[in-house]
Design a protein. Structure first.
Ligand code: SF4
Length: 235
């Protein structure tokens, strides 16, 4: 199992390049709407482009709501941003919005949301408002089995910024996509679930996604055991 820091210069470069291109494209559309048919690209100066993500959840959410940095923006109904307490000790990171989330614009709704609420209440004695819940991807992936890594790479800095702002003590990842992306490790969930992994500023605990539990009820016990371990670390 590798232990690699999640924020690599390559990921940041990839995102910044996409962000810059998207902002240039937006400016070109604005000029087109003003009646320009030709223009000189050199009129755009890097200094004019704000390439930094805001260090404020409200502003970050606003920026994500208008995000068109990857192709998922074409098929989504809503951008489903993270939600919950800004003082949360526990952050939960899933993979991507469900159909129900995409329709409602809210995170972890429908059956998965009900399961999550019950797990929080029954095992951790927490309400949803006590934790912060988010996903790797903020828009619904069409191929829900293996969303393209270009989408996840592009969206990842939003999650990194959420972590930087919330400063959780523990991050619980749901499912292999969230775990592998946050840890850069492809160990199977069977082997890695429930193991507390120390990171610079938080402890990472991977477990199964509630959607996987619905399809495989036999892992329910494992998932609940993982949460009990997490409970000991929260105190
Ligand atoms: S998935 Fe992320 S990067 Fe892609 S459009 Fe949505 S918010 Fe932007």
């Amino acid at each position: 199992m590798k232990h690699i820091k999640s924020l690599t210069p390559n990921r940041l470069y990839y995102f910044m390049k996409n962000l810059k291109n998207a902002l240039l494209l937006k400016q070109l559309y604005q000029l087109k709407n003003l009646g320009y048919r030709y223009t000189d690209i050199t009129i755009f100066k890097d200094d004019n482009l704000n390439l930094k993500l805001p260090h404020n959840i409200k502003e970050l959410k606003k920026q994500a709501k208008e995000c068109h940095l990857c192709e998922l923006s074409k098929s989504r109904h809503s951008v489903v941003f993270g939600d919950g307490s800004l003082d949360a000790k526990l952050m939960i990171v899933g993979d991507f919005p469900s159909n129900s989330d995409d329709s409602s614009g809210k995170i972890f709704t429908g059956r998965y949301g009900d399961i999550l609420d019950k797990m929080l209440q029954n095992v951790l004695n927490l309400r949803r408002e006590d934790v912060y819940i988010t996903n790797i991807l903020k828009c619904r992936a069409l191929d829900t089995k293996t969303p393209s890594t270009s989408y996840t790479h592009t969206c990842f800095p939003y999650l990194l910024k959420e972590i930087e702002i919330i400063k959780p003590k523990i991050i619980l990842t749901f499912g292999e996509l969230a775990y592998s992306f946050l840890s850069n490790d492809n160990t199977s969930m069977e082997k890695i679930h429930g193991i507390a992994l120390k990171r610079d500023s938080y402890t990472l605990i991977p477990t199964y996604h509630p959607s996987y539990m619905l399809r495989n009820p036999s892992i329910k016990k494992d998932l609940f055991e993982d949460l009990k371990k997490l409970k000991n670390l929260l105190v």
